[in-house]
Design a protein around this ligand. Structure first.
Ligand SMILES: C[S@@+](CC[C@H](N)C(=O)[O-])C[C@H]1O[C@@H](n2cnc3c(N)ncnc32)[C@H](O)[C@@H]1O
Length: 326
């Protein structure tokens, strides 16, 4: 039976489900995506024996367990990714941003903790790539506590990420020496080695939930690449504001190489590195008179968001960091 023949979707029904998806996840489908949305829903509706989009809408909306919402997110997200995606950005991280961060931490705070966040990590290729980059910098990173937080709204991709097994095209940019060092081959499958896996903590988290976002702090570098293209501008602004608060002063934000914060935020400074452009949260300036510290000036987001002083809880503090090279 062809499920498509059974399901009809009026503009009104499309608007209902579209607005619901937008309100909950931030993902926005314009009217010209009506058939794409319908095509992604029909198999699920047919499995549930639901014939109208209106009925499916109520089924999702009133499922307090959020099970159906999570299923819906598996269907409507676009999860395209690959290892070592956009090499220039990764080079700017490994050869320019990372040495700078390490130098500044050594000079200023003496803290040997580095926290990265892959926001919208899909099936894990981005955070595992970051872990491999850091492991390759063992001489620089020896004795450092490293955490790579990775979140996604789709449980399906997170399951794949936790599994850490890959085949085919996603591996095309992994150099043969790195493939040999950080993966174990079993038939056609490459399994991520435990030392890479141990650096990454996967969490199921919706970036459109401001309260959960506010639980994360002390991040040094955020990778938010190829995610915000799916959001409306108002959601982009809110998430970028959240990231600003989440980052340490002196931290960095990577977005997709064809994406921009223009019109979304003026809080970050755009830094022109040799390999890529990166957004930077300037460090708080400490004014000293003689030996006495008299004040701290923190860059404040134009939208009124200040640094994360009032965090209720540090989600990351629950996660035990891994120490490299010990
Ligand atoms: C195209 S992938 C990008 C993956 C990776 N960052 C990269 O550049 O290769 C976008 C990911 O963002 C996730 N995503 C979309 N909306 C989200 C939300 N509200 N919260 C968390 N993740 C979301 C999707 O599920 C998808 O896996």
């Amino acid at each position: 039976m062809d499920a498509d023949n059974d399901v009809q979707m009026s503009l009104e029904e499309f608007t209902m489900i579209r607005d619901f998806i937008h309100e909950k996840s931030g993902i926005f489908f314009a009217e010209n995506k009506m058939y794409l949305v319908k095509n992604r829903l029909i198999k699920r509706m047919s499995d549930l024996g639901i014939k109208s989009v209106r009925d499916y809408f109520y089924h999702v909306k009133y499922d307090v367990s959020l099970k159906e919402f999570n299923q819906l997110m598996n269907l409507v997200t676009t999860n395209e990714t690959s290892f070592f995606r956009n090499e220039p950005q990764l080079l700017s991280f490994s050869d320019e941003v990372l040495p700078l961060l390490i130098k500044e931490k050594n000079q200023k705070s003496g803290s040997k903790t580095l926290k990265l966040w892959s926001a919208g990590c899909s099936s894990g290729e981005e955070p595992y790539t970051l872990a491999i980059i850091l492991l390759e910098k063992i001489a620089l990173m020896s004795g450092w506590d490293i955490e790579i937080l990775a979140n996604d709204i789709s449980e399906n991709v997170l399951q794949k990420a936790r599994q850490g097994e890959y085949t085919g095209i996603t591996l095309r940019n992994v150099k043969p020496n790195l493939l040999a060092r950080y993966f174990t081959k079993a038939g056609e499958t490459y399994r991520i080695n435990p030392e890479v896996k141990a650096l990454v903590k996967f969490i199921h988290m919706n970036l459109n939930e401001t309260r959960r976002m506010a639980m994360i702090n002390n991040i040094d570098v955020i990778f938010f690449r190829n995610v915000m293209i799916y959001f409306s501008d108002e959601v982009k602004k809110q998430i970028i504001r959240g990231f600003y608060n989440t980052l340490n002063g002196g931290g960095y934000l990577y977005i997709g190489h064809s994406e921009t914060l223009h019109g979304l935020s003026k809080a970050f400074k755009l830094v022109y590195f040799k390999n890529a452009l990166v957004y930077h949260k300037e460090a708080a300036e400490i004014e000293t008179v003689g030996e006495r510290t008299v004040g701290t000036r923190v860059t404040v987001d134009k939208s009124g968001a200040a640094g994360g002083a009032s965090r209720a809880m540090d989600l990351l503090s629950k996660i035990k960091p891994m120490t490299v090279g010990k």
